[in-house]
Design a protein around this ligand. Structure first.
Ligand code: SAH
Length: 351
């Protein structure tokens, strides 16, 4: 649960909104619901509601997000927000348009406790969990911005470790599916590999997509890059992934940020291909984005292509992802990082 006690607009379920409006005609809750969820309006702008009621409701149901910075890339295909939260903290949301879909990347925590050295959010440490409402509101804001294009996909790849904030995150998944109508397979949970969370997901009835941020396929290197690997080593993680794939029927994907001279070797490609073969997983490759506290650079283009070739030679599917929106600081915690001084972290050994 969140350490905060103030709930915001999108933390309230339809039933709870109904309780707030118990003294009003029944259709008021429908109007409020349609305004908030159907049209993504500010309460003040829901013109079907009487003005006094709007004022009262706006005070009772404050927004969770206040725009601090909003940027759009030159080609208009990437949009990024830095939101101020009600307690003064800040998180990022990124909206990305592709020819066939529009995807929002949402944050699940302010900061992160996982301490992956190459990640801008990990470099800052954990501050607090977001509430379900704060996550849902990111989706609503992005959906409004995407119009007339239809927001089709949600990925939990913004700030934070979603499975470390399981209840609020899963609450948001349910709301995104049930109240906003996105299909389960178009919602992707991205995790550093918290086994208890993956096992809980396998028990849920909603089969969403799972992405695991692997980044290394041997325990020694993975523990260096992703410290939680010490607690949840690769073989156990693979078992949990297997259980999720069996329960959900979804294909698993591995995220792999290519770091020059660190995890872009043939040895790693061989170990990764073996893991993918067992789990029938797909790999998403992305050259590491630069972050303030991590001196090593992303693998240059030729090395990325070589790594992909080593995988395809071993019958493993790997897609190369673009670093979207670097010029608007849209990549991986850059917007918030550019607002504060990043701490320095240890450099991994080159190999
Ligand atoms: N905590 C979750 C989700 C947030 S991070 C997770 O670990 O999956 C979303 C993705 O961005 C992860 O795959 C993460 O490893 C990756 N990432 C973090 N910093 C990055 C960087 N500097 N360059 C490229 N990818 C990065």
């Amino acid at each position: 649960m969140s350490s905060r006690n103030e709930l915001t607009r999108y933390d309230f379920t339809r039933e709870e909104l109904g309780e707030l409006l118990v003294d009003h005609p029944k259709y008021r809750v429908d109007q409020l619901w349609k305004g908030l969820y159907g049209e993504g309006l500010a309460i003040e702008d829901i013109s079907t509601l009487p003005i006094d009621l709007r004022t009262d409701l706006a005070a009772l149901l404050p927004p969770g997000l206040h725009s601090r910075i909003e940027r759009v890339s030159d080609d208009g295909e990437t949009q990024k927000w830095l939101w101020g939260l009600t307690d003064g903290d800040a998180v990022e949301t990124v909206l990305m348009h592709y020819p066939d879909r529009s995807t929002v990347c949402v944050s699940s925590q302010a900061g992160c406790a996982m301490a992956c050295g190459f990640c801008a959010t990990g470099q800052e440490g954990f501050r607090r969990h977001l509430t379900t409402g704060e996550i849902v509101e990111q989706v609503i804001r992005a959906r409004t911005a995407a119009a007339p294009r239809r927001l089709s996909n949600v990925v939990f790849m913004g700030m934070g470790e979603p499975l470390a904030n399981y209840d609020a995150t899963w609450g948001a998944v349910r709301r995104i599916h049930e109240d906003l109508g996105l299909s389960a397979r178009h919602i992707t949970m991205s995790t550093v590999g918290l086994i208890p969370g993956i096992r809980r997901m396998a028990e849920e009835s909603l089969p969403i997509s799972l992405a695991v941020s692997l980044h290394a396929a041997t325990d020694e290197l993975r523990t260096e890059l992703v410290p939680i690997n010490h607690r949840y080593p690769i073989a156990d993680l693979a078992d949990a992934c297997q259980a999720y794939v069996a329960a959900s029927g979804r294909r698993l994907s591995f995220e792999w940020a290519l770091i020059d001279g660190v995890n872009d070797t043939e040895e790693q490609a061989i170990a990764l291909a073996e893991l993918c073969r067992e789990l029938r997983a797909h790999v998403n490759l992305i050259p590491l984005n630069p972050t303030p506290g991590y001196p090593t650079i992303g693998t240059p283009r030729a090395g990325v292509l070589q790594f992909q070739k080593w995988l395809t030679e071993r019958h493993t599917n790997a897609t190369i992802r673009r670093n979207r929106g670097t010029e608007i600081d849209a990549a991986c915690g850059q917007l918030r990082a550019s607002q504060s001084t990043g701490q320095s972290v240890a450099t991994p050994r080159r190999r």
